[in-house]
Design a protein around this ligand. Structure first.
Ligand SMILES: Nc1nc2c(ncn2[C@@H]2O[C@H](COP(=O)(O)OP(=O)(O)OP(=O)(O)O)[C@@H](O)[C@H]2O)c(=O)[nH]1
Ligand SMILES: [Mg+2]
Length: 210
């Protein structure tokens, strides 16, 4: 297999879209970061790219309302999606966003992998399971990151990782589970290796198509 190693530190902001219908052209390779509001998506991106404020983070859940696209290299994009399940958002809006997310996973051709982030202290909520199901049914590989791993002791962390690895078996998808902490730099190597492998696989596939 083709191996590549991208320099994520070079990632820069590309554009924002107010919703999924306004995303830029469906070309290149895209990898999305999804998760409940406050799960740590933006922080994970900042840790990966070693930039303090590439993606905006906040203590207030629901901060990221736009879909933000970042470019690692030409044709290699990372997408910071607004979080789902934010309690203060009206029910109708939450349902709309859920629906839009499901559609995005199903129809976006250039989307080739999904990083789903969950707070290690609250893994596999209903909406997380729904996201996993959508990704698997769209044949997308998934990296499940259990974020804020610094909040748990080493033994509690390992126990949760093991529990989640077992719990996701029934989904029968291509799903890897890892602990992650932006604060203690846990799992960043696993994240970049996975992104590298997804970008590489799809580079090969796309150059064979052309
Ligand atoms: N201790 C600790 N806190 C973290 C970590 N990652 C994120 N946080 C905190 O969790 C909160 C939410 O982080 P964000 O990155 O803004 O979360 P998000 O998933 O992008 O949230 P939305 O954009 O609202 O969907 C912030 O207060 C972060 O500082 C981590 O690895 N360790
Ligand atoms: Mg965010």
């Amino acid at each position: 297999m083709n191996t590549i190693k991208l320099n994520y530190h070079k990632t820069h902001f590309l554009t924002s879209a107010p919703d999924i219908r306004h995303l830029p052209e469906d070309t290149g390779i895209e990898i999305a970061f999804a998760g409940r509001s406050n799960a740590g998506k933006s922080t994970a991106l900042n840790a990966l790219t070693n930039q303090k404020s590439l993606a905006r983070t906040s203590k207030t859940p629901g901060r990221t309302q736009l879909i933000n696209l970042f470019e690692v290299e030409p044709n290699c994009k990372l997408v910071d999606l607004p979080g789902y399940g934010y309690a203060a958002v009206p029910e109708q809006m939450k349902l709309q966003w859920q629906k839009a997310l499901g559609e995005y996973l199903q129809v976006r051709e250039c989307l080739r992998g999904v990083v789903i982030l969950m707070d290690i202290r609250h893994p596999l909520k209903d909406l997380d399971q729904q996201m996993i199901e959508w990704a698997v049914s769209s044949k997308l590989p998934v990296l499940l990151l259990l974020t804020k791993a610094d909040k748990l002791s080493q033994s509690a962390r390992s126990k949760t990782v093991k529990m989640v690895r077992e719990a996701i078996l029934p989904f029968q998808g291509d799903i890897q589970v890892e602990a992650y902490s932006a604060q203690n730099k846990i799992g960043i190597d696993k994240l970049s290796a996975k992104l590298d492998s997804w970008f590489a696989e799809n580079f090969t596939a796309q150059s064979e198509e052309n």
